[in-house]
Structure formats: C-alpha cells, structure tokens
Ligand binder design. Sequence first.
Ligand code: AMP
Length: 141
Amino acid sequence: MNVRQMINEKGGEVVTCGPETSVKEAAVSLAEHRIGAVVVTRNKRIEGILSERDIVAAVASQGAGALDKSVTAFMTRRVVTCRLNHSTDELMEMMTNERFRHLPVEEDGHLIGIVSIGDVVKRRIAEVQREADSIREYVTS
Ligand code: AMP
C-alpha cells in the first residue's frame, strides 16, 4: 500500500493553525480533533509542525506561561513531508529514523493530507493479515 491509497481511504483533511495561534488554542484543537499534531501554515504553505510532545516540553521547561505564547515558539520548523508514491514500509522507516509519528503529505508544494504512525500501523497489520491468509489458503488447498 502507498500514501495515495491511504489518503483515498482516510481522506485528505489536515488540521492546521496559523503562526499566531497560541499553544493553548493548539492544545484545544488537538483535544477536540483527537489528534497528536497540528500543521502550522501561512497562505497554505507549511511553516512548521507542533505535536503534543512539543507542548509537554514547552510546559515542562517554561511552566503554564508557555500556553499563552504562539505556536512558533515551540514548533519544529524543518518539517519532513512524504509524497503520494511513498510505501508504508518507507513511511515506517522515515518515522523510525526521525523519531516522530506524523508525516504531512505534500504534492507540488501543496499540503494534501497527513499520515500518522497509527494510520501506517493499521494498514500494515491488514497487509500482513492478508498475506498470512493467502499463504494459509495456499498450504491447505
Ligand atoms: P511526534 O512523535 O509526531 O509527536 O513528534 C515528535 C517531535 O517531532 C516533535 O518535536 C514534533 O514537532 C516533531 N515532528 C513531528 N512530525 C514531524 C515531521 N513530519 N517533520 C519534522 N518534525 C516533526
């Protein structure tokens, strides 16, 4: 399976916020959407990514005052993205090597979706299950 199939299946909705959004507002958005990261955009261009881990680190180092600061103070600016032709194996490798759990999908400079480690693992387990079923069928027939 590749990213194109995953986006077709799950849709291309991405929860974003502007650079002037406060960390508190971003945390509320994460909770409301039950997600782990928000992509920070300006004029549809990716400026950064803020994950729940960044918020925990911000509060741990600066206390509750961090919540009133803008997301730009704590987001990661060098965002790694993936493309529609990346496979689930490639996504797992990227996430494992870079130690993060979210990959925005970009084509021609446009943000067209996001995949999380949960999305990847879910599809990979289904693939492995299908492979096991066909081997079992082959062996028993
Ligand atoms: P996560 O595991 O996705 O919650 O994120 C762990 C750390 O990696 C946080 O500092 C995020 O801002 C950062 N991060 C998450 N996704 C990406 C990405 N696609 N590119 C760059 N940094 C990221």
